[in-house]
Write a protein that binds this ligand. Structure first.
Ligand code: 7RM
Length: 664
């Protein structure tokens, strides 16, 4: 028996093993396939034979000022796509739709948390974006300048982003839940000239005071590059908002005095579009840089094929614009496709736990895209909130952000989708810009818990330590063998870190390493196993956190689980499980024993958790991903590491107390 390395990164050495076996298969219904944007399975082979031709065909669906002459230039690890092409992304998202019947179609349907609503047609949105482009120019913003956007989930977030794109400025959106320190760090790293914020936004009946936080970030000249701050009046009485003379301006005042029309700047395919910071687990945030034509091409392609988007759809992606999902699938993808996108400002449980279902019923949402963390919360709350509403307008469901446990998948399928909607489990990253591994809902039979196959034209693979493909059924490292249009181009101001982080693991093989573990089954389906840094090494066996968590979630009492490996003298690591129960269940020691046996029975005795700790909540990042690193600190009795990226730091502090006071 191996007493393997007591290190926290247990991913070296033994191959990642896979135990979860899921037999359920959901083929697309005939009616869905018949009406789908793509229903021919031959597309996989066709795209695989010539990915560049495949992507070029999609790129030609954009509106170009000048066509590209070269599809892709690949100097590992740097790629350029659609070289020589000129276009403007805001024009692709707005102006082009004014020439057809979409002119008066709803582009954005907005539902504020307090219940206020707005509908912006494509023409309305085009007018707002033009006018706000004028504002930015009035403030001296030009091509290549950086603009930080720190706004709630309101249409102005999309307007500000598109106005930047229209004039060629680079936006960097900072999630409205981030602190003054995080905001300051991102403004300074990007050297933004202008900050766009709001007095506040609504969250669970309270106003999140964005302007106060922005003032704190800027205090005492801490952000020397910021020349102007634009403040949108969303939530408060403007008389009560402190405005710094000469620096701060009300959005609506600037709109009045600025040009109403601004022609779109002619941009190169490879001109930067945005920087989006990812906090990573530790250290300085990474400024992921995305460029123009390739990014929009893949956002559009996936919008049409993954989400099967049609002109009649009412599409709702619940992600905040502060995350990449909000960039690609609230703003750029849907608007490039001419879709109607719903934006909701607030929390899913405000004023009641049925708010999402109420919104779906109210607007007749047809395509709904959310995260496993939300789905597990809905499961925890129980079905009575869902049953109050008519969700029959739904025709397609999506999931993103974490592996979706098979039980959560089935619940989503039955309770939300009424058993009739395909589910697209979309694997991708801030770095990849758009979907990479996902079913095509009219083509691929889905298996609960699997993101299924790489999108056509994507060269995903699962490899061993040496970068060689693993045989079917085995686990390994998820990599990309070939560049893709919406890939990150570099890290802002740190190309060395770009090369080291993503391209160095397999040396001269030039593989993009995503940081995730995966398994590919006999049908070629990908099963995401979680971040490799989280994978556990128990008695010489690499065990995926995702699989033990899914086994726990398959017990009727469990809503959510986070599993980690803590150092163990004999086994290398022992498994500690933090478990949240569904409403109505109690965390007794009998139940803990039952759960241990449940896991052992389902996926093997080697995976039996050594400790189970019941917890009402788990530590999550602000975008809802479970943070296992801090749970390891707790289980090993260490001082807690960096907690600044947590949504609610009190959750880990509470867990630490509880863990230390629990019996052995
Ligand atoms: C879109 C987004 C990226 C990381 C990624 C994975 C995890 C995302 C899935 C998933 C399993 C999925 N961007 N992840 N989607 N894991 N199945 N469908 O989330 O940059 O914030 O995170 O999220 O670990 O590497 S992100």
């Amino acid at each position: 028996m191996a007493t393997a390395a007591n290190t926290m990164t247990s991913n070296d050495g033994a191959a990642i093993e896979a135990r979860l076996s899921e037999e359920r298969l959901f083929p697309p219904s005939e009616t869905f396939s018949a009406g789908a944007n793509i229903s021919d399975p031959a597309i996989y082979e066709k795209a695989g034979e010539n990915p560049e031709a495949f992507w070029a065909e999609w790129a030609r669906q954009l509106e170009w000022v000048e066509p590209f002459h070269t599809v892709c230039e690949w100097n590992p690890p740097h790629a350029k796509w659609f070289l020589g092409g000129k276009l403007n992304l805001a024009a692709n998202c707005l102006d082009r739709h004014l020439k057809n019947a979409r002119r008066n179609k709803a582009a954005i349907i907005f539902e504020g948390e307090p219940g206020d609503t707005r509908v912006l047609t494509y023409y309305d949105l085009w007018r707002e974006v033009n006018n706000f482009s004028g504002v930015l120019q009035h403030l001296g913003v030009g091509k290549g300048d950086r603009v930080t956007i720190y706004l709630p989930m309101i249409p102005e977030a999309a307007i500000a982003m598109l106005a930047c794109a229209r004039i060629g400025a680079i936006h960097t959106v900072v999630f409205g839940g981030f602190s003054a320190d995080s905001l300051r760090e991102r403004i300074n790293d990007s050297q933004s000239k202008v900050l766009i914020t709001a007095d506040g936004g609504w969250r669970r009946g309270n106003v999140v005071q964005l302007k106060l936080t922005a003032d704190e970030a800027l205090e005492g000249g801490a952000c020397p590059t910021i020349e102007n701050v634009v403040v949108y009046n969303r939530a408060a009485d403007p008389r009560h908002v402190a405005m710094t003379e000469g620096r701060d301006h009300w959005w609506h005042r600037l709109m009045e005095i600025s040009p109403k029309r601004v022609d779109p700047e002619v941009m190169d395919s490879e001109d930067p579009l945005y920087i989006l910071y990812t906090s990573g687990s530790t250290g300085k945030p990474k400024g992921i840089l995305h460029t123009s034509a390739g990014y929009l091409t893949q956002a559009l392609a996936t919008m049409k094929w993954t989400f099967d988007i049609k002109d009649e759809d009412v599409y709702w992606c619940t992600a905040d614009v502060g995350w990449v999902t909000g960039h690609s699938y609230v703003v750029y993808g849907p608007l490039a496709a001419g879709a109607t996108v719903l934006m909701y400002e607030g929390a899913p449980d405000w004023p009641h736990r049925d708010r999402f279902w109420e919104v779906i019923e109210k607007y007749g949402v047809t395509v709904f895209y959310t995260a496993p963390t939300a789905i597990r919360a809905f499961m925890k709350w129980g079905t009575e909130h869902v049953e109050k509403h008519d969700l029959s307008s739904l025709r397609l469901l999506g999931s993103v952000g974490e592996p979706i446990n098979p039980e959560a998948w089935i619940w989503y399928h039955e309770q939300i989708g009424g058993g009739k909607c395909p589910i697209v489990d979309t694997w991708w990253q801030t770095e990849t810009g758009a979907h990479m591994i996902t079913p095509l809902p009219g083509v691929v039979s889905t298996k609960p818990g699997s993101a299924t196959r790489p999108f056509p034209g994507i060269g995903a693979d699962v490899v061993d330590e040496n970068g060689d493909s693993v045989p079917p059924g085995s686990g390994g490292f998820l990599v990309m063998r070939t560049p893709w249009p919406s890939m990150l181009r570099t890290l802002w101001g740190d190309d060395d870190r770009y090369q080291k982080t993503y391209w160095s693991k397999f040396g001269s093989k030039n593989l993009y390493f995503a940081g995730d573990g995966a398994r590919r089954d006999e049908d070629g389906y990908f099963w995401l196993l979680g971040r490799v840094d989280d994978i556990m090494l128990v008695a010489g066996h690499n065990i995926s956190t995702m699989e033990v968590e899914s086994a726990l979630v398959s017990h009727p009492a469990v809503a959510e689980a986070a599993v980690i490996g803590r150092t163990h003298e004999i086994k290398g690591q022992a498994i500690a499980a933090f478990v949240t129960l569904k409403d109505g269940f109690r965390g007794t020691s009998e139940l803990a024993g039952e759960l241990k046996e449940h896991v052992a029975h389902h996926i093997g005795v080697i995976c039996r958790p050594d400790d189970i700790l019941f917890s009402a909540e788990l530590p999550k990042t602000r975008s809802g991903k479970i943070m296992r690193r801090l749970l390891r600190d707790i289980a090993e009795g260490r001082a807690l590491g960096d907690t600044t990226t947590l949504a609610d730091p009190s959750v880990v502090a509470g867990l630490k107390d509880k863990y230390e006071n629990a019996e052995g």
